[in-house]
Design a protein around this ligand. Structure first.
Ligand SMILES: [Zn+2]
Length: 317
């Protein structure tokens, strides 16, 4: 029986778990990303935690992270991990610390691998998983295979431009999707709307620093007019962006994953309305927008573990 460590590095949380061949969890834990000063410190923290709390061995390590170049096996210019440097050679750092083989995959690719192996997409040939959180990522399966692109950078959905001369993005461009529907973008939109609303919003009762996408979605469910307007804007930008993809790739299903997707069915329904509006008639009634049923952290951790298992069994052949 082989055992793998899967790690999911997000802009807010880092989740990891040890799984065996049948992908049952043997150990699970998590860290706050902002509490970790460097990538070397991350390797030390996880290494020490596992040494102290898990009594078995590990055969290989899969890591899902944002802005991964899967060819160089480095994180390159990740806007939400700037603190750790522009180029983060995570494979090398973890291999030196753990003395085990490591593979690094884009976090959204890890979620897509998770959806294919453990979720709803087992039989699908063409689908995408969009991760909604601090950043916006996407993993794509085309003709049954994960599509990574010529430079290993495919699926950077968060950085397609949805407004010319729009909000400044950490990537250097302006008007990127992420600046509107990433966590910070949603909060910014809500604050802008609140400034111009004449009082009639329950969001006014929350201190500005406590406004989160989850609070906004909660308020929208109570028919709060400002919150509803914000959710509608998020759904429009997301639905429009998904429609572009459906027109290009002719996906069977598109899945929403990540923290913001957990806000429930309202965002999915509204997004689906806009997705259909901008999708060609031939595919409009066929493509389905679903919320990934794999818990987002588990899905990416399992996907990262599945990636190293695939790589190691491939290497053994
Ligand atoms: Zn950008």
């Amino acid at each position: 029986m082989s055992t793998f460590l899967g790690i999911d590095i997000g802009g807010t949380n880092i989740a990891y778990g040890i799984v065996n061949d049948d992908f049952g969890f043997r150990y699970q834990s998590s860290l706050k990303t902002k509490s970790v000063e460097t990538a070397d410190a991350l390797a030390d923290l996880i290494f020490n935690d596992i040494r102290d709390n898990y009594k078995g061995s590990i055969d290989g390590i899969g890591i899902g992270a944002p802005s991964v170049n899967c060819l160089t096996q480095q994180i390159e210019f990740a806007p939400n991990l700037q603190k750790w440097g522009d180029i983060i050679p995570l494979k090398t750092i973890f291999e030196e610390r753990f003395k085990r083989e490591v593979t690094l995959v884009n976090d959204a690719n890890a979620a897509a691998i998770g959806e294919k192996h453990f979720g709803d997409a087992g039989d699908l040939q063409n689908f995408a998983v969009i991760t909604l959180g601090t950043g916006i990522g996407m993993g794509i399966f085309v003709d049954g295979r994960l599509y990574t692109g010529d430079n290993g950078m495919a699926g950077e959905l968060g950085h397609i431009v949805v407004r010319f001369d729009g909000r400044e993005c950490k990537c250097g461009n302006s008007g990127c999707l992420e600046t509107y529907i990433g966590k910070k973008g949603i909060i910014r939109t809500a604050k802008e709307k609140l400034e111009f609303s004449s009082g009639g919003s329950i969001l006014h009762e929350i201190s500005p620093s406590a406004i989160t996408p989850l609070e906004i979605f909660k308020a929208a469910k109570k028919e709060d007019p400002v919150a509803l307007e914000v959710v509608d804007l998020v759904a429009r930008d997301l639905g429009y962006s998904i429609a572009l993809l459906v027109n290009l790739f002719d996906f069977q299903n598109v899945y929403l994953a990540g923290g913001v997707a957990k806000s429930g069915n309202m965002l999915r329904k509204k997004t689906e309305k806009y997705m259909k509006q901008y999708t060609l008639p031939n595919t409009r009634d066929k493509v389905k927008l679903k919320i990934s049923e794999i818990n987002d952290k588990h899905g990416s951790v399992l996907g990262a573990a599945a990636a190293i298992r695939e790589k190691m069994s491939f290497a053994l052949k």
